[in-house]
Write a protein that binds this ligand. Structure first.
Ligand SMILES: NC(=O)c1ccc[n+]([C@@H]2O[C@H](COP(=O)([O-])OP(=O)(O)OC[C@H]3O[C@@H](n4cnc5c(N)ncnc54)[C@H](OP(=O)(O)O)[C@@H]3O)[C@@H](O)[C@H]2O)c1
Length: 310
């Protein structure tokens, strides 16, 4: 049995849909089953409740599980959550954990979440379990956070200057996760995965303009201004501060501008260009989809848990 954690979230839910599309049985771990109804009705999907911070709640979820895809929220508890889960999984007889982190994962990183992912990765490597690391670049869905101002002002406001990023489609990451969990030979290997192009924010704006048939501008703002906007949007101060650090690293060039297609190539996945993602979400960017219409009332970029699925 394969268990995927964090499946009420963005990437976890996309992975579960990929298993269902491939008609491959999978179990998902959620804290709240009521929120997972749409996923639970998919073919071959079993949903089990449990809290990764509380091993005593994980008995049913881990019963008979051989392999796990480890995902949880980027929050202050992430290290404790995932390390507690790794220990519980080992105790329950799990053999192999594939951990989802990010391209910039490093113990030396000034960016909080890159450091946290590295600490968890080190714990997994030392656990004695078989491990694989899946390290995606920025998710393309990050640009959906900017929908409120794109709809209201046909512009989005970020402090990345002329930095280039290589956003990846969640569906490509989900395909990679599916392949890593269902085929052999990935023990002790790291898989970096990005989108096929390095794009400046002006180029991202051009792609959204082309997809929607309506001009969208990128407006560069200061890191301090972005911090004020994030706080006003209700994003916790520690996340806003971490994102400031990330913005400054991006301005200098922190490796996120490097295209990584080696995982697509190794696993036989066709890379999705940003233009396809933008066309798929054109109605969201125009504010004409149900989700897009709901964002019209908002004045700020969206918080961490407000996005539609991939
Ligand atoms: N955003 C990016 O561009 C990007 C790029 C590369 C990597 N990443 C990494 O991708 C990972 C996942 O991101 P995401 O956007 O999918 O996150 P997300 O939407 O917040 O989903 C995470 C899920 O984990 C669950 N979870 C958290 N704590 C839990 C616990 N104690 N027990 C059980 N479940 C728990 C949450 O459950 P509830 O629904 O109950 O809250 C949520 O459904 C993060 O580690 C992030 O650092 C993100």
């Amino acid at each position: 049995m394969i268990l995927v954690t964090g499946v009420n979230g963005l990437i976890g839910s996309t992975v579960i849909r990929e298993f269902a599309r491939q008609e491959y049985p999978v179990r998902g771990l959620v804290r709240n089953r009521a929120k997972a109804q749409a996923l639970e009705t998919l073919p071959g999907v079993e949903m089990v409740e449990g809290d990764m911070l509380h091993p005593e709640t994980l008995g049913r979820a881990l019963d008979g599980v051989d392999r796990v895809l480890l995902i949880s929220s980027p929050d202050l508890q992430m290290v404790e959550t995932q390390c507690t889960f790794i220990d519980a999984a080992k105790q329950a007889g799990v053999r192999h954990i594939t951990k989802l982190s990010g391209v910039t994962t490093s113990l030396d990183s000034p960016f909080l979440f890159s450091r946290m992912h590295a600490e968890i990765s080190r714990h997994l490597e030392r656990s004695g379990l078989a491990w694989t690391f899946l390290r995606p670049s920025q998710f393309m869905t990050e640009y959906l956070r900017e929908v409120p101002t794109i709809v209201a002002e046909r512009a989005f406001f970020l402090p990345f200057e002329d930095a280039k990023l290589t956003p990846v489609d969640l569906e490509d990451v989900a395909k990679a996760a599916f392949a890593l969990l269902t085929t052999a030979g990935h023990e002790s290997k790291t898989y970096m995965i990005s989108g096929p192009e390095a794009l400046s924010m002006t180029e991202v704006a051009e792609q959204i303009s082309l997809a929607t048939g309506s001009t969208v501008r990128y407006v560069n703002i200061s890191v301090e201004e972005r911090n004020r906007i994030q706080l006003a949007a209700g994003i916790p101060a520690y996340v806003a501060d971490a994102l400031d650090v990330q913005s400054r690293l991006r301005q200098k060039g922190n490796g996120e501008e490097v295209v990584h297609l080696e995982t697509h190539t190794a696993l036989g996945i066709r890379p999705t260009p940003f233009a396809s993602f933008a066309r798929r979400h054109a109605a969201d960017f125009l504010g004409t989809s149900e989700w897009g219409r709901a964002q019209k009332e908002r004045k700020h970029p969206l918080g961490l848990r407000d996005l539609p699925s991939a």
